[in-house]
Write a new protein. Structure first.
Lengths: 160, 724
């Protein structure tokens, strides 16, 4: 039995220690916004924040999570998250949508650390997140848009 | 079109609530279910829309939303004729019922594909929306005692100027349900459209896809559900012989292990236990019918076939005679590898047996096919398999499989455990990558000749590759005289004027299963044709755009997009120089597919080490009426990205009948750092709408190859494109 901190709540889960956090989130706790794409940290669909860092939950065993703070797409709050989601809606970034939770978790983490990223910063921060619909063109534009939205508001830290 | 001819007998009274359900062509089961499902005071004037007392307008989508924007497009068409308030429009997936929801371009079958959703729904949904609007207007006329002709409708509000009366849709439902449905309601003059063609109508699926709430098959959780992970044969054509599950059954959470035709399934309470159980299995495979060839052997065999005449797919004049008289002749062989679709959501399916038959949850692209196939496995009638269509995390053709491979596999597992639990079949990424149903490996040979004045006078193209349709129910009407139409599309009907043309085809049968992959035959014919035309322009010392235009006089829509893309790209103006040692080039291609016309101009930078980047792509598209221009742009952007992924990286290779790739490290896909800047320009058109899901793909790879040739003088003839 492990005790985890997910989206600010303490939860107990009964999972083998080698179970990746992804499957604990999805199968045990019902946080299905975090997606399975490759199981090898190659595609980023499973990205969550772990102690504030974008992390591939498919390759993080639950035994290594400990008391670390986990935030999923269902639990994101704060100015960067609101700005990213607003920008994603404004530019209609999504197509099939399956990778987008991961994209949003990575994009929000980028903006929390770098409020005004360049195209090169975006490419570096987002290259781990695959989108087979190739919405990359709009992801880039939406991150710039979110940055502009944030610039018009008081800056808030990521609530992790 | 008979879909809106309603009779009094179709009007069902739904119990004491007094609510009415108006159905059309309901099967008895569908009729009963729909009657049950209807909430009081809903107006359902036809199979495609339901209007609620709460003002909601629910559009029933017969097509899968797999990213291509269908839900938004279908809703736009219907809401336009209904004059609905877009903010109140919702979309719901239609059940599997081909009597109401068949794809009009597929005949009697319900399904999504061939970039046909808008084209086949255009008039159907306009009429459905107009009929619903007319019924609301009739209700207002009777309630207010004014002539229907004086009533106007705007954004979900019905008004009568003379009396000053106004009502929201919801306020009219109670009266509307008591009225006779309207037949042959007049359609709008397209000049008065307020939603169709509007630049920025928000997609209906964006919000739920940005907060984690959108539900995919992967997200279905049912009480008592077991997750199944399957050990599949290592080689195509192999089958399971026996297995030892001793170690698997020791994995905590594993509930059952069963052998089915396609492998050995481990069922567990969650994915991780099922996968651990699967990995612990010992399976003995019967490899007596397994494929022995690999890609190298296939290529060698296909090369030999390039020297032998095949089944004739297209013929004009006499190419043989023309080649004998020709001045200069070019001959090029092209090679295209197998490709995996590699959608983000690995394949999956959920099936539950119940007292009425079975219920299925799936990103359902081929309702009729999958329903019949699953029913066949479970010993049910097709209508006893009820399908819940969910968002699909991509497909690119993979979920529309005449063989219904993964739904059938799920049904076999359900059958093997006696239907005792709902089963979620989950393929791992590796299962998905190695599961076949690839874009076939193809070889082409093109010979082309100019006369002394630089006019293209002869073209001979030979294509070798597996038929996608052979052995499927589509073979009967899409394979004629040994020619699978999907193998030669874009070549047999070459748009360029060539007086002497011969296109022929070999379709060797192989064990590895193949399938359509976003833009199907055009994925290879578009490349071969558009790079050879470019080469002929060079041989004729002509500008590539001018040379094409000279051969397209009978194809004004090809010419239209070509000119538009060239103009917007600054064709003819010098490109900005690269850094020292870099070479830059610009290339163009134009391809018609699925009745839409797309031209793309690509700009590349080639570095000294032979690596290159695609910096910018300018795209022009003519898809008739652009129902949602922003969705059209998104599909061109996505098609360019999908095409570029294959052009830069895509290759599935076989060795001894087994796929060598397994995941995104060895089957690399496009990432954001490789995505070019993209501009999309849409040709204004009043023609009926045509597809946009696929047509952005075919011109990309040849445009890039032509740009590399412009930069370096090297003509690349196989995909993926490698200079170094």
């Amino acid at each position: 039995m492990a005790t985890l901190n997910i989206n600010g709540k303490t939860v107990k889960v009964d999972a083998d220690p080698d179970t990746p956090l992804l499957w604990v989130l999805r199968d045990e706790l019902g946080y299905t916004g975090t997606k399975y794409g490759c199981g090898m940290a190659l595609c980023g669909a499973c990205t969550v924040w772990f102690n504030g860092q974008p992390t591939r939950s498919c390759s993080l065993p639950v035994s290594a999570v400990g008391q670390g703070k986990v935030v999923t797409i269902e639990g994101i709050k704060g100015a960067p998250a609101r700005a990213v989601q607003a920008a994603w809606r404004k530019l209609d970034v999504v197509q099939c949508g399956y990778c987008q939770s991961g994209q949003i978790m990575s994009a929000t983490a980028l903006l929390a650390q770098n409020a005004k990223p360049t195209d090169a910063d975006i490419d570096a921060a987002m290259a781990g997140n695959v989108c087979r619909c190739a919405t990359y063109h709009r992801i880039r534009a939406a991150i710039h848009e979110a940055s502009a939205i944030m610039a018009g508001k008081a800056s808030e830290k990521l609530e992790a | 079109m008979g879909t809106l001819e309603l009779s009094r007998r179709d009007v069902l009274r739904a119990g004491a609530s007094g609510a009415l359900v108006i159905g059309f062509h309901f099967t008895p089961a569908g009729r009963a279910r729909a009657a049950e499902a209807e909430v009081a005071s809903n107006l359902a004037p036809n199979a495609f829309v339901r209007i609620g007392a709460d003002d909601s307008v629910t559009v029933i989508a017969k097509h899968l939303e797999m990213g291509q924007g269908t839900y938004t497009g279908l809703a736009t068409i219907l809401a336009e004729e209904l004059d609905a308030d877009w903010a109140h429009v919702k979309v719901e997936a239609a059940p599997a019922d081909a009597s109401r929801y068949n794809n009009l371009s597929f005949g009697t079958m319900q399904g999504t594909g061939g970039s046909s959703a808008m084209a086949n729904s255009w008039m159907q949904l306009r009429q459905a929306g107009a009929a619903a609007r007319a019924q609301l207007v009739a209700a207002a006329a009777s309630q207010w005692n004014v002539p229907a002709g004086e009533i106007t409708v705007k954004q979900g509000v019905v008004s009568h100027a003379g009396s000053g009366k106004k009502a929201r849709f919801g306020e009219l439902v109670a009266t509307a349900v008591t009225l006779e449905p309207v037949k042959d309601a007049p359609l709008k003059d397209p000049k008065t459209f307020t939603l169709v063609g509007k630049q920025k109508l928000p997609r209906k699926d964006t919000t739920d896809k940005t907060n984690g709430k959108a539900v995919f098959t992967q997200d279905i959780r049912l009480p008592g559900m077991l997750t199944a992970v399957v050990a599949h044969p290592p080689r195509f054509g192999a089958k399971p012989k026996s297995f030892d599950a001793t170690a698997s059954r020791k994995v905590r959470g594993v509930v059952d292990v069963v052998m089915i035709d396609t492998g050995v399934a481990v069922l567990a309470k969650g994915f991780w236990a099922a996968k651990k159980g699967r990995d612990a299995l010992k399976v003995e495979w019967d490899e007596s019918s397994a494929m022995a060839q690999g890609s190298e052997e296939l290529v060698a065999e296909y090369r030999r076939l390039l020297d032998e005449p095949g089944s004739v797919a297209g013929k004009q004049g006499d190419a043989d005679v023309a080649f004998r008289k020709a001045g200069s002749v070019a001959r090029v062989d092209y090679q295209f590898p197998y490709l995996a679709h590699a959608a983000m959501e690995p394949l999956n399916c959920v099936i539950r047996r119940d007292k009425d038959g079975a219920e299925m949850w799936n990103g359902e692209q081929f309702h009729t096919v999958d329903q019949a196939a699953v029913a066949g496995v479970l010993g049910l009638k097709p209508e006893q398999v009820r399908i819940n269509t969910l968002y699909a995390g991509g497909s690119f053709g993979r979920r529309a499989n005449p063989a219904a491979d993964f739904p059938v596999e799920c049904a076999r597992i359900v059958k093997a455990i006696g239907g005792k639990a709902p089963v979620k079949l989950v393929w791992t990424r590796e299962d998905d990558m190695r599961g076949g149903y690839y874009r076939p490996l193809y070889l082409h040979r093109i010979e082309a000749a100019l006369d002394g004045r630089g006019e293209l006078i002869a073209w001979r193209q030979r294509i070798v590759g597996q038929s996608i349709l052979a052995g499927t129910p589509f073979e009967a009407f899409m394979v004629k005289d040994g020619v699978d139409a999907t193998s030669v599309e874009g070549a047999a009907n070459l748009p360029y004027h060539v007086p002497n043309l011969l296109v022929d085809l070999h379709s060797p049968r192989k064990t590895v299963p193949v399938l359509w992959w976003r833009s199907v035959g055009h994925t290879h014919t578009g490349f071969a044709v558009e790079t050879m035309i470019d080469q002929m322009a060079e041989a004729a010392r002509a500008d590539p755009v001018e040379f094409r235009l000279g051969l397209l006089s009978k194809h004004p829509r090809h010419a239209g997009v070509l000119k538009l893309a060239a103009e917007k790209a600054g064709w003819g103006k010098p490109l900005a120089a690269g850094k020292t040692g870099e070479k830059r080039g610009r290339g163009v291609a134009v391809v018609e597919s699925f009745n839409s016309y797309v031209a793309e101009v690509a700009e590349v930078t080639v570095r000294e080490d032979g690596s290159f980047s695609v910096d910018r792509v300018v795209c022009a598209v003519d898809c008739g009426v652009a129902i949602n221009p922003d969705v059209v742009r998104a599909q061109m952007e996505g098609g360019i990205g999908y095409g570029l992924s294959a052009a830069l990286h895509g290759a599935i290779t076989l060795k001894n009948g087994a796929t060598e790739q397994s995941n995104f490290h060895d089957y690399q896909v496009l990432r954001i750092n490789e995505m070019p800047k993209i501009e999309v320009h849409i040709v204004a058109s009043g023609e009926a709408p045509t597809g946009v899901g696929e047509p952005g793909v075919p011109p990309l790879a040849p445009a890039v190859a032509n740009a590399i040739a412009a930069a370096t003088g090297k003509r690349l003839t196989s995909l993926p494109l490698k200079l170094a």
